[in-house]
Ligand binder design. Structure first.
Ligand SMILES: O=C(CO)COP(=O)(O)O
Length: 251
């Protein structure tokens, strides 16, 4: 099927200069499958991107956690896609639920960000996912489809997009989605892509899972046919991130 396993580490707003170097040193010493088998991307806070990029092994890549929606300029506090490209940062995470919820990023705004980032040459990890309330009211697919549509409306080249399904109720809660719950949504999303974009995009686009993934639950999740990898928060700051990378061997 040809979808290379993808493991992203989202460090969120964590770390000191010393801690960040320690994580990198653990990763640099880790034995993991080759780049042909698993694509590994770590996402430190903006200020640590240069140091992480300079120290990180060459078969792992870095991602920013956000970028501005358009060309840079008079936007205090923002970081533009052009700046990331200028520093050779290949990836950016966009539409994370923490930004959607806490900073009111709408589906359309996230779609605009994805479009601009891609236009500048960045690769995008685009996040979608429902809240507990939405899941309990039976609207999971409707919610993730609307989020995905706002992104899909703006994407022409899917080769540079990874979709991260991250149910909000599973993020940072220790309440991981069951393998069946993850598989169901990933399968629905893949069908949505087939029906609304193309069969080719549906079969080639990586859909990764995020929400309380750890060294103990990664293997069984990775065993699901439509789970193409992970976006990991808390556990990406710990040595068990290496075990999560190694779950690529389940495929
Ligand atoms: O939000 C996440 C990754 O982007 C998931 O976070 P946790 O792995 O800490 O639940």
């Amino acid at each position: 099927m040809g979808r290379k396993f993808f493991v992203g580490g989202n460090w969120k707003c964590n770390g000191t200069n010393e801690e960040v170097k320690k994580i990198v040193s653990t990763l640099n010493g880790a034995e993991v499958p080759s780049e042909d088998v698993v694509e590994v991307v770590v996402s430190p806070p903006f200020v640590f991107l240069p140091v992480v990029k300079s120290l990180l092994r060459s078969d792992f890549y870095v991602a920013a956690q956000n970028c501005w929606v358009r060309k840079g300029g008079a936007f205090t506090g923002e970081v533009s896609a052009e700046m990331l490209i200028n520093l050779d940062i290949p990836w950016v995470i966009l539409g994370h639920s923490e930004r959607r919820a806490l900073l009111n990023e709408s589906n359309e705004f996230v779609g605009d960000k994805v479009a601009y980032a891609l236009s500048q040459g960045l690769k995008v990890i685009a996040c979608v996912g429902e809240t507990l309330e939405q899941r309990e009211s039976g609207s999971t697919l409707e919610v993730v489809a609307a989020q995905t549509k706002a992104i899909a409306d703006q994407v022409t080249n899917w080769a540079n997009v990874v979709i991260a399904y991250e149910p909000v109720w599973a993020i940072g809660t220790g309440k991981v989605a069951s393998p069946a719950q993850a598989q169901e949504v990933h399968q629905d999303l893949r069908k949505w892509l087939a029906d609304n974009v193309s069969a080719e995009v549906s079969s080639t686009t990586r859909i990764i899972y995020g929400g309380s993934v750890n060294g103990a639950n990664c293997q069984v999740l990775a065993g699901q046919p439509d789970v193409d990898g992970f976006l990991v928060g808390g556990a990406s700051l710990k040595p068990e991130f290496v075990d999560i990378i190694n779950s690529a061997s389940v495929k």
